[in-house]
Design a protein around this ligand. Structure first.
Ligand code: HEC
Length: 206
């Protein structure tokens, strides 16, 4: 679902940009008749594209993990998109080349900014891949089900990890080889070490 919407969003953004570029080029080269013709022809597709652009954008926004240090990039992007709309409407209506070019600049700029934002966050393109590479992400993926977010859950007879007296090596050993009713967890040696360190420093004693 998320990936499908993301791909749709990319596609409509590209189509949206394409229509914009063509319109701006026609306006800048004084091909007013062609511009009017083109505008008329793409009116309905453009409406559908704008609607999809907005709808997929709002959905994706609700899926973003806010609270990171790059949030401002995202808000600048949204600001640029929102500013470009009235500028474009006025620019094309009054056939004002400066405004039309400015709105195109804003919308392409916001596209570039979105790329930077997603690269920095390392999300969105591939369902938060970054998650399974951090100790916390690894813990959540492999342990949370039985031990809970904070280690205290104790589902299926699991032990409270905040109260364990085991050291980091013993924890790693249990992750890799299991203990009584806890089956071994399918992670690599390095991943087990990361998770054990996470349990030791972030969960124990809290
Ligand atoms: C399917 C449920 C389940 C999952 C998933 C699971 N555990 Fe456990 N865990 C248990 C159970 C049950 C015990 C109690 C074993 C026993 O009888 O001593 C346990 C015990 C432990 C203990 C021993 C605590 C003590 O003081 O004796 C540690 C450490 C531990 N788990 C860490 C982890 C970590 C880290 C992960 C993720 C990599 C994980 N577990 C995933 C069920 C689970």
């Amino acid at each position: 679902m998320y990936k499908g919407i993301l791909h749709t969003h990319y596609l409509v953004v590209v189509l949206f940009l394409l229509i914009y570029v063509i319109k701006t080029v026609l306006l800048l080269s004084n091909k007013t008749d062609l511009l009017q013709n083109f505008t008329k022809k793409v009116k309905v597709p453009e409406m559908i594209i704008s609607f999809l652009f907005l709808g997929t954008g709002v959905y994706l926004m609700t899926q973003l993990p806010f609270g990171g240090k790059y949030d401002h990039l995202f808000w600048i992007k949204i600001g640029m998109v929102l500013a470009s709309i009235p500028i474009a409407v006025i620019g094309f209506k009054k056939q004002n080349k400066i405004l039309a070019a400015l709105s195109l600049l804003l919308i392409t700029g916001s596209f570039g900014l979105a790329e930077v934002y997603h690269k920095k966050k390392g999300v969105a393109k591939d369902d938060a891949v970054a998650d399974s590479t951090t100790p916390k992400g690894l813990y959540e993926k492999n342990c949370k089900l039985c031990h809970g977010d904070d280690g205290k859950l104790g589902a299926a007879g699991a032990k409270d990890l905040t109260a364990t007296t085991l050291d980091v090596n013993a924890i790693k050993d249990i992750i890799l080889h299991g203990k009584n009713s806890m089956a071994p967890v399918a992670v690599t040696d390095e991943q087990a070490a990361l998770i054990a360190a996470y349990v030791q420093s972030d969960l124990k004693g809290h």
